[in-house]
Design a protein around this ligand. Structure first.
Ligand SMILES: [Zn+2]
Length: 239
């Protein structure tokens, strides 16, 4: 049985790769992606060390709470899955909003990632925040919004101004077994090396550990583009 698990932000809509699959219409049967993910979990190699961590590029995206959903899309509206994401339970929704900042420019069609959260948040790359006129949104974990910058979300039914803009901390999703296998158990942060023509080392990469997680590093588009990475590439954790 597939359990509902904590959502993780993940690649939303970068179109640089073919990893995500468009969701089939809900016909009551299990989604093929969920089945594949369950199989991956069950056949995950035992003692063999994982050599690389797959990359998930997180294009700018947002999360909304119930109250904002009512304002943006109408009372009682729900997010509908467009595509399931690599981390179990997370999905890119069919629903978009526009995000407006102090320069009165809008970033249009910012994908909402579901399920619905208990907070409003938009995760931007620095390039996005410059376009909007935001002075460097803080680099934060998802949900840590104490000093997030104000922006206006615009939906088809209404608008709401919220302290919601952050740049996401670089992070890697791992299960507890993965941390042992990769020799990083007990650590909260690592450095990650990227090979290739645009190779570099990412520092301050936070480890997020949960039984439900599948190994994946989440980078924003600025970081990924600087290193020439796309979804499905792999990187190495520095010893
Ligand atoms: Zn993530």
């Amino acid at each position: 049985m597939i359990q509902q698990v904590k959502p993780a932000s993940a690649c939303a809509d970068c179109r640089l790769c073919s990893r995500g699959q468009v969701c089939a219409p809900d016909n009551g049967s299990p989604d093929i992606d969920e089945i594949v993910q369950e199989v991956i979990r069950r056949v995950r190699p035992g003692p063999t060390p994982l050599v690389g961590v797959p990359v998930g590029v997180s294009a700018r995206h947002c999360h909304v709470n119930r109250e904002s959903m009512d304002i943006l899309f109408g009372p009682g509206s729900e997010l509908t899955p467009f595509r399931h994401l690599y981390q179990p339970g997370a999905f890119a929704a069919n629903e978009y909003i526009s995000v407006v900042g102090p320069r009165l420019r809008a970033i249009e069609r910012v994908r909402i990632l579901g399920p619905m959260r208990d907070y409003d948040q938009v995760e931007l790359a620095r390039t996005d925040s410059i376009y909007l006129g935001l002075q460097d949104p803080p680099v934060r974990d998802s949900g840590d919004l104490d000093d997030a910058l104000p922006v206006t979300f615009i939906g088809p039914k209404g608008a709401v101004t919220v302290h919601a803009a952050i740049r996401a901390t670089r992070h890697i999703h791992l299960s507890p077994d993965d941390t042992v296998r990769m020799g990083v158990d007990g650590r909260s942060e690592v450095c990650v090396r990227v090979d290739g023509e645009k190779g570099l080392v990412f520092e301050n990469v936070r480890l997020k550990v949960d039984e439900s997680f599948i190994p994946e590093i989440h980078l924003d588009t600025d970081d990924a583009n600087a290193a020439g990475l796309a979804c499905g590439d792999t990187v190495r954790i520095e010893p």
